[in-house]
Design a protein. Structure first.
Length: 136
């Protein structure tokens, strides 16, 4: 009885999981690039145009710089939240086994109030000592 051997010259192709992960990888790389460009533009906008606000942080000329920094923080947070939501949703939808773990975990995450997380984040910011905390 003759058993056929697989051809050595078979072309290497992506598996179905690899094909499904490829668009997500592209989205992630584009998101990282947009984030890096946004950080660079923000640094360029805030570094040369704002006056020295170290001595008088309540100076009205410092307000536009504070607004740009706040908008940048909000944009970065939005991008992180959107990336997490898309990755979590795709992982839950693609794998039946993962959905049995991720959906109950999502229910637990949703039950933790945001106001319980804010003090922890605030204490982390205070403890870094990097000087990037928002002005008083």
């Amino acid at each position: 009885m003759h058993v056929p051997r697989p051809s050595i010259r078979r072309r290497a192709s992506l598996s179905s999981a690899g094909k499904k992960a490829l668009p997500f990888t592209k989205i992630l790389l584009v998101g990282i690039a947009v984030l890096a460009i946004g950080a660079l533009v923000t640094e360029l906008l805030t570094s040369g145009l704002t006056p020295n606000c170290q001595n008088n942080p309540l100076d009205p000329l410092c307000v536009p710089g504070y607004a740009v920094r706040t908008l940048t923080r909000m944009t970065i947070a939005y991008i992180f939240a959107l990336t997490f939501a898309l990755a979590y949703g795709i992982a839950t939808a693609m794998s039946h086994r993962a959905s049995h773990v991720l959906l109950p975990l999502l229910d637990i995450f949703q039950s933790v109030p945001v106001l319980g997380v804010v003090p922890v984040v605030f204490l982390i910011i205070l403890g870094t000592g990097t000087g990037i905390t928002p002005p008083p």
